[in-house]
Design a binder for this molecule. Sequence first.
Ligand code: SF4
Ligand code: SF4
Ligand code: SF4
Length: 364
Amino acid sequence: MDYQRYLITKTDFQGLLKHLLKEKIVDKILSGEEKRKHFAIIPKYVTDPAQIDEFPLSQLLVYGYSRTDSASNTLLHTKESLNNKIGVIGRACDVRAMVELDKKMQVNLENLFIVSFHDVGYIPNKYLTKYFKKNNIDDANIAHEWLTPSELILKMKKGKTVKIPLGKDVNIAVNCSRCIQKSHPLADFLIGTYTIFEKSEDYIITAQSARAKTIVDKLKWQDKLIDEKLNKQYEKEADEIIINCTTKREKELSEFLSNEDRFSLFVKCTGCGMCVKSCPVCFCTVCNLLEQVKAKTMDKVSFVMTRFSHVGDTCVECGRCESNCPVNLPLTSVFQSLRDKFKKERGYESGVSKTHKVLHLDVK
Ligand code: SF4
Ligand code: SF4
Ligand code: SF4
């Protein structure tokens, strides 16, 4: 067993976050608050341990933040980590974005205590409003939720369980279905629900860093350590998810690349700028390309093509651009193809290591 894994409850997780604040390991925790919808979480920094009781753990794990927000995007726009120690709970792609943003001095990795989701993917908000309305599901009655590779499972406040098969109506982001890096070695902890049985509301947390292991000792989680059998099951499930995503990625990206008309799809771009707004590695205060689109000195196809070259080598595959694109352009098919090409031809993968130079600065 490489890592120590523990079976914990939501209350144990809150205890971990409170410990970070009380022991002044961090000054603030990036949490979130529910606004209007159960699945629409708005980022919010908290400093008072009492506010941790409202941490929306299962919502963030299953849906993520609302619309264009993400943990990494919030760190970028608030610049909080430049002067404060922040506890941040995000996804592996968020951690990759934090690595890229540190290279650009927008985030200070040394000031971060990172808990990363070890996820299947996230369900974009756009699926849920429509599905819940059609199926008379009142999201205000959801008490807890989790995702398996095939289902979204909702536990309602009155005890009923609703199972929604992943497919055409509700699904994880297309980018996630092809994501083959669902954890990040730089995170202090990983948390997720692989192997968790249907009636359980527990999580499995993995201590990856030395300071995470010290905290586990302080919190006296030794009796929560999972046994070898469950650990093997966890690793098997994690491996199977990656194998399935690899197969899907190879098939879909090769189909995309063999379509000679693939770039004609991008004429549908409306120039709305949601892709820029969602992107955690787009760090210009004002997007010059969008300004040119607005001024009609650049056409929309040129905008999309130029953006591919601007962020292609720092894209961390979060998929937010495509999830928020109102005309569903296959943006991540391009970004994921580029990532594979950079890896194959230059051994470069953005967001993996801080010492790995940005590709366009590493021209030999
Ligand atoms: S892109 Fe990968 S790491 Fe990011 S949310 Fe999707 S599955 Fe998780
Ligand atoms: S380009 Fe798209 S997939 Fe890549 S980091 Fe930006 S928002 Fe995420
Ligand atoms: S989100 Fe889609 S439509 Fe809007 S500017 Fe980006 S690519 Fe174009």
